[in-house]
Design a binder for this molecule. Structure first.
Ligand code: PMP
Ligand code: GLN
Length: 390
């Protein structure tokens, strides 16, 4: 007999369902497809990082580490911020280790937001943003970025800010579009944040994955911003260890303390043996970080012409693992969700419908994301399969 309590899912999460990444990766396995959906690399990261994790396990680092993260990792994160951005953070009070960037986002949003607070953010957006804002009882106010350049209209951004706005959430380099915000765009956002006394949460997980000389600018480096920015990143993207789920956030003590308070009750502590390993990665020489972006750029340059030849309209991407295409040349009704659900059966390739990254679904209905963080032969195989669609 159905319970009168159904549906059991909290009203806050109605409509969120199962993430598209779970659905599409399961479909990829079930159909033996080339998975260019969920963004994860298919090669291992640096040997030093992998060996450091093995050594940590063999060395007995297998029990609860300190809640805010192991000192060796917090120090390495602070040194990384200093080396790449000239930002000084106190490893004890201004750095927090989390279960991936996902928990950093959750901890910050749950720790900072009250019921009814508004968060201004750009869409398309990484899918956990809306869910965490909803869990906090707060309200997402999206400003739409449109192809091909995916810039924002300053008037739209200004109009989205109201007296209830507490926080701006900015992701650069941007998933799913590959947009890297320019200094001018960042300055415009910073100016509004200062004018309205807003906290700025920056998702910088792809900070080292930029192409063609595009530079990632850390929001906290802009004048007046260090004191109001919580910046988030993740070892998963930088060291090809997405399954380890080691992330972090940095910011002024009071903002970090708010995120830490929530984080304590989410996971309490994270992955002990992976923490010194990510610390080892963060200490790799500059050449590692430079070559990492160059390698990924070559993969982008392998996939994009193939997508074009397969018939898609392909938009430029200056960073991240991803490229967005318009499917309408291949599917006149522009139904990206149906296209992605059918694609494995039609030609054995998995992609992600960008619709899931929008609150205003119609804006992304005809757009689809492919990941290029794969070996050349995998990208080539995907392209030859996609070419059979036309
Ligand atoms: N933010 C963005 C923009 C991402 O693409 C990802 C990747 N899944 C995350 C956050 C989450 O990172 P993590 O796997 O470290 O939780
Ligand atoms: N960041 C990756 C992506 O956007 C992985 C997402 C996930 O597994 N939740 O595809």
């Amino acid at each position: 007999m159905p319970s009168s309590r159904e549906p059991f899912l909290t009203a806050k999460l109605q409509g969120f369902g199962t993430t598209i990444f779970a659905e599409m990766s399961a479909l990829a396995v079930a159909t033996d497809s080339v998975n260019l959906g969920q963004g994860f690399p298919d090669t291992d990261g640096p040997r030093e990082v992998l060996d450091a994790a093995i050594a940590a396990i063999n060395g007995g680092l297998n029990q609860y580490p300190p809640g805010p993260g192991m000192p060796v990792l917090r120090q390495a994160i602070a040194a990384h911020q200093q080396r790449f951005y000239g930002l000084t953070y106190d490893p004890d009070r201004e750095v927090l280790v989390t279960a991936g960037a996902t928990e950093a986002l959750a901890g910050a949003l749950l720790g900072l937001l009250d019921t009814g607070d508004e968060v201004v953010l750009f869409e398309p957006m990484y899918d956990s943003y809306q869910a965490c804002i909803a869990l906090a009882g707060a309200v997402a106010k999206p400003v739409t970025l449109r192809p091909p350049a995916y810039g924002f209209e300053l008037a739209e951004l200004k109009a989205a800010i109201t007296p209830k706005t507490k926080l701006l959430l900015v992701n650069t380099p941007h998933n799913p579009t590959g947009k890297v915000l320019s200094r001018d765009e960042m300055l415009q956002i910073a100016e509004l944040a200062i004018e309205h006394d807003l906290i700025v949460l920056t998702d910088e997980v792809y900070e080292h994955l930029t192409f063609d000389g595009a530079q990632h600018i850390a929001m906290a480096t802009l004048p007046g911003m260090r004191e109001r920015v919580l910046s988030i990143s993740s070892g998963g993207k930088t060291f090809n260890t997405t399954g380890w789920k080691v992330g972090w956030l940095c910011g002024p003590p009071a903002l970090v303390a708010a995120a830490r308070t929530a984080k304590q009750f989410l996971t309490y502590v994270n992955a002990a043996p992976f923490q010194p390993a990510i610390a080892a990665g963060l200490q790799l020489p500059d050449s590692y970080f430079r070559n990492f972006g160059t390698d990924l750029q070559a993969k982008r340059d392998r996939l994009l012409p193939g997508l074009h030849e397969a018939g898609f309209e392909v938009y430029p991407t200056s960073g991240t693992y991803f490229v967005t295409v318009d499917i309408r040349p291949l599917r006149a009704d522009g139904d990206g969700l149906a296209f992605c659900r059918e694609l494995p059966g039609r030609c054995g390739v998995v992609a992600i419908p960008n619709e899931v990254f929008y609150a205003n679904k119609h804006e992304g209905r005809h757009l689809v994301r492919f990941a290029f963080c794969k070996r050349f032969e995998v990208l080539d195989e995907a392209v030859s399969r996609l070419k059979t669609l036309a």
